[in-house]
Design a protein around this ligand. Sequence first.
Ligand code: FE
Ligand code: FE
Ligand code: ZN
Length: 293
Amino acid sequence: MSDYKLYIGSHVSMNSPEFYEGSVKEALSYGANTFMFYTGAPQNSYRKPLSELKIQEGKKLIKEAGIDESKIIVHAPYIINGANKAREDLFDLSIKVISSEIKRTAGFGCKTIVLHPGAHVGAGAENAIKNIAECLDIVFSQDNSDVRIAIETMAGKGTEIGITFEQVRAIIDQCHYPERLGVCLDTCHISDAGYDIKDVDGILKEFDRVIGLDKLLVVHINDSKNPMGAHKDRHENIGYGYIGFETLYKFVHHPLLNGIPKILETPYFNEKPPYKQEIQMLKDGQYIEGWRE
Ligand code: FE
Ligand code: FE
Ligand code: ZN
């Protein structure tokens, strides 16, 4: 275990006036050695040009702090849905937005962008998988960067797809550029989807059997406000939900997950970010009862 490389951080904001430089500072203030960010607002596709985002200043800080840039993660905005073709405008918009986000990811010097596979909105999971694979084919046919898309495992809220490892595998299989795809495993989502999250070894074994651990690019470390199978997707602070500290600690330090970035997306509490304390506890293995109060 001595050569275990732990990369842990949280999602961070990117706001005026410091933008990316501010994102890096925020991550460092949490004691993180990686982080995840959106290249603009999560809920829309309006994007400022890269030249305004203080990328060089951020990269300088990253270098000074000795952070491995290849472990920094981008998250695509939520408006994307390439899974349903009934609304062709949305399908076309999704292709445009994913393409632009991949270019932006490369512009920051990052290698991985997390993408929600979308919702079938009545079309059925099988069609949805075909559609998203087609959407990704069009995106990759027009892009020759080395950025990979990490498809996120979803909680099964509404008609979301990607709620089983088999569905995620099917997307990768049906895409003609499987080498450009990987997976983001979200602990809250898979528990909500019905996986027995406390059986960490069993889950990783199943992931390896169905998808292959070599495809795992990111792990989102979140507790869940709801019990297994609830399909709600409501994240909770570490130790305050149904998953618990012990299980999340196992994911953070599991030998099979050596070198894979672990990212917290837990909620603010009393309008304050919880990440400094959560990261500290997940590093040490020492849970402080009532840490949030
Ligand atoms: Fe996500
Ligand atoms: Fe997530
Ligand atoms: Zn979520």
